[in-house]
Design a protein around this ligand. Structure first.
Ligand SMILES: Nc1ncnc2c1ncn2[C@@H]1O[C@H](COP(=O)(O)OP(=O)(O)O)[C@@H](O)[C@H]1O
Ligand SMILES: [Mg+2]
Length: 241
């Protein structure tokens, strides 16, 4: 019997539905404090992802899964190769893009759920979650209503909404992070262990949210430590060697 791993990854991909095209991607870290020691982490990675796919990156710890996602969000600049993402009907190569282009792509086309929340001092939870919508031009009132709905769905107690999340527990911060990163309907969503510190009910809610994103046509690329989550989410497994 054929499983997802054996399927030709290009089988369902057509030019119209393609969202990400990575070709010959290499990332080498140069450790300047170690006499310029070079650490080659990614070499010649090729990966294309279409709308309605959830590609799960699978590899042992330390193999470079998070590095790949960070390159795809242009947090790390790739050493060579290309990472093209579909943005406003055009392909933008994030390896060559200017800082301004990267910001525009992130606002409109590319979401990233990281494992940890980057807390902004003094900004309370509700505004932190609503901010990406306001950046896109939604009124503060409408954005806060949407933020409230996200926080209710992720079971974050109301007493926490007007506090900055700096002192929240790991799982509470993670849910604020998910609410903020998934509040916009990004056509491409990158997820690095989004369910790692969640209890079962919240994990199931996040699974539902990821599936809804996929069903409305988003392309998802995820790293999931939990084999059950991997099985539930993957439409394709990408083995990073
Ligand atoms: N900024 C960095 N500078 C130097 N080495 C790094 C950096 N980021 C990651 N690495 C190294 O790259 C390797 C892959 O890391 P990572 O992508 O986090 O692995 P994974 O997510 O698969 O567990 C590790 O050996 C890590 O130490
Ligand atoms: Mg990682």
């Amino acid at each position: 019997m054929m499983n997802f791993r054996d399927m030709n990854p290009d089988m369902n991909q057509t030019a119209e539905t393609m969202r990400i095209q990575i070709a010959q991607l290499c990332k080498t870290f140069t450790l300047h404090l170690q006499g310029g020691l070079r650490l080659p982490i990614l070499s010649n990675v090729d990966l294309s992802v279409s709308a309605k796919e959830c590609v799960v990156i699978h590899a042992p710890s330390g193999a470079g899964k998070s590095t790949l996602l960070r390159c795809m969000y242009a947090n790390y600049r790739a050493t060579s190769g290309s990472i093209k993402v579909l943005h406003a009907g055009h392909w933008v190569d994030l390896v060559q893009a200017s800082a301004q282009e990267i910001i525009a792509v992130r606002h409109q086309s590319l979401g990233f759920v990281t494992q940890f929340l980057r807390v902004i001092p003094r900004v309370h939870t509700l505004d932190l979650v609503a901010e990406p919508l306001m950046t896109r031009g939604m009124s503060a009132q409408d954005a806060r209503l949407r933020a409230e709905a996200m926080l209710v769905r992720l079971r974050l107690p109301m007493r926490l909404w007007l506090l900055p999340p700096a002192t929240f527990s790991g799982g509470e911060q993670q849910r604020v992070n998910i609410a903020r990163s998934m509040i916009c309907d990004y056509p491409i969503l990158l997820l690095d262990e989004p369910t790692a510190s969640l209890d079962e009910s919240n994990r199931d809610t996040v699974l539902e949210m990821m599936n809804e994103a996929r069903e409305r046509g988003a392309a998802l690329v995820g790293i999931f430590h939990d084999p059950a989550v991997r099985r539930a989410m993957a439409t394709r497994v990408f083995e990073l060697s």
